[in-house]
Structures are given as C-alpha cells and as structure tokens.
Design a protein around this ligand. Structure first.
Ligand SMILES: N[C@@H](CCC(=O)N[C@@H](CS)C(=O)NCC(=O)O)C(=O)O
Length: 81
C-alpha cells in the first residue's frame, strides 16, 4: 500500500491529504499515513530512504518521492487501483 509520511503541522502534507480525499481515496484502504514529524521514527525512515528530511514523502514499494504535486499526480495514477 502507498505510504504517506506526513507531519501534522506541514501545509504541503495537508494539501496531499486533502487531494487524496477529494479523489475518493480512503486512509487504511488506499493509502497509509505515517507520522514523520521531526524527531520521530517516521522522520528517520524519510532520511534513510530519500536522503533528506522533507515531508510530505511517499513510499510505494521501490518508488519514493518528495514533492507534493508529484505525490498527488502519483496518487491519481496509482492509488486505489
Ligand atoms: N516543495 C515541497 C515543500 C515541502 C516542504 O517545504 N516541507 C517542509 C515542511 S512543511 C519540510 O519538510 N521542511 C524540511 C524541514 O522542516 O527540515 C512540496 O511541495 O512538497
């Protein structure tokens, strides 16, 4: 399942979540969220996989990306299929 690494205080993360919901995607069914606020284990995963700390961050198998617009485009194409 697509994993979205997010921080509650990050407006770009809220943008991704809002877009996912507008697409009719359901958390827990079409995507999972992971708390990746600074200092959390989720943040460590972001750095380990992506090389930098920035959220939102998407992981789907071997695919990973940072940019919120890219993540939204990826969800449109791939999530919930
Ligand atoms: N262009 C990026 C911006 C993302 C961004 O600036 N994220 C901030 C949090 S809102 C971040 O992770 N900054 C790095 C840090 O806090 O160290 C996007 O659209 O996803």
């Amino acid at each position: 399942m697509v994993q979205l690494y997010l921080s509650a205080t990050c407006p770009f993360c809220q943008k991704v979540l809002r877009a996912a919901r507008q697409m009719g995607l359901e958390e827990g069914k079409d995507f999972a969220t992971v708390n990746a606020a600074s200092g959390t284990p989720g943040a460590d995963v972001v750095v380990k996989v992506g090389g930098d700390y920035m959220v939102p961050f998407l992981i789907d198998g071997d695919t990973s990306m940072y940019e919120s617009d890219d993540i939204i485009a990826y969800l449109k194409k791939n999530a919930g299929k």
